[in-house]
Design a binder for this molecule. Structure first.
Ligand code: PEP
Length: 251
């Protein structure tokens, strides 16, 4: 079944102490509320074990923001999918445009990460999206098709069915420019039909596709009202409970 999800991505923000305070505040704010979406917080590796423990018995799921493309061994500074899973996190954000642009993550590397995440019981939140020049040249459909096909189409239908996608136009991330709900709906529907062509209508219908890119309290409701927009991946507005809560409540 397709799920609605609002997922935060803290990126490289918050000390451990600040991260723990946020989770305590969000947990108490959500307590007793009837939620119409799953709530996930993506946090730096070193926060995961502590915040996952704090989030126990709450509706908050925890995500890593990355994992290694190797299972284990002599890879100084890397964190494996098994290590992420051992913290109590259930999700991992993979293929974020910042990782693709600044850390050279290729489709091939991302395939390895996705497979390791799935093998360790983590749900990948897999990010795709075009840069401004590609949108202006009308190439955005082609770009997301290639990102999906090259990184994910070697997966079995069963494994593909476990993935959450996040369409994040790079020109909208952290810029204050948001895709219109028409633009989001158009490309989300396109992504869904592209998946249907490969894996069939049911897997496509069940695939959760989030929108990310300057999503906030002012535009979330409009975006989430569209039939193929199943929630959001939220950067800046996930850094305070005050800004994040109205997005959760937009469903
Ligand atoms: C993101 O980094 O995934 C993101 C969507 O950031 P922002 O909401 O700040 O644009």
């Amino acid at each position: 079944m397709r799920k609605n999800i609002v997922a935060g991505n803290w990126k490289m923000n918050k000390t451990l102490c600040e991260g723990k305070s946020f989770i305590e505040e969000l947990k108490s704010t959500l307590s007793g509320k009837q939620l119409r979406c799953e709530v996930i917080i993506g946090a730096p590796f070193i926060h995961l074990a502590s915040i996952a423990e704090l989030a126990t018995d709450s509706p908050i799921g925890i995500a890593a923001e990355n994992c290694a493309d190797k299972a284990e061994g002599a890879y100084t500074g890397e964190v494996s999918a098994a290590m992420v899973a051992s913290t109590g996190a259930s999700y991992v954000i993979l293929g974020h445009s910042e990782r693709r642009a600044y850390y050279g993550e290729t489709d091939q590397i991302l395939t390895e990460k996705v497979k390791l995440a799935l093998a360790n019981g983590l749900t990948p939140i897999f990010c795709i999206g075009e840069v401004k020049e590609e949108r202006e040249a009308g190439k955005h459909f082609e770009v997301v098709e290639q990102q999906i096909a090259q990184a994910l189409f070697s997966l079995s239908a069963e494994d593909f069915g476990k993935i959450v996608l996040a369409y994040e136009p790079v020109w909208a991330i952290g810029t204050g420019l948001t895709a219109t709900s028409d633009q989001a709906q158009e490309i989300h529907a396109h992504i869904r039909s592209f998946i249907a062509n490969k894996y069939g209508a049911q897997i496509a219908e069940d695939c959760t596709i989030l929108y990310g890119g300057s999503c906030n309290a002012g535009n979330a409701q409009e975006l989430f009202s569209r039939p193929d927009v199943d929630g959001g991946l939220i950067g800046g507005a996930s850094l305070s409970v005050e800004k994040f809560l109205p997005i959760i409540e937009a469903f």
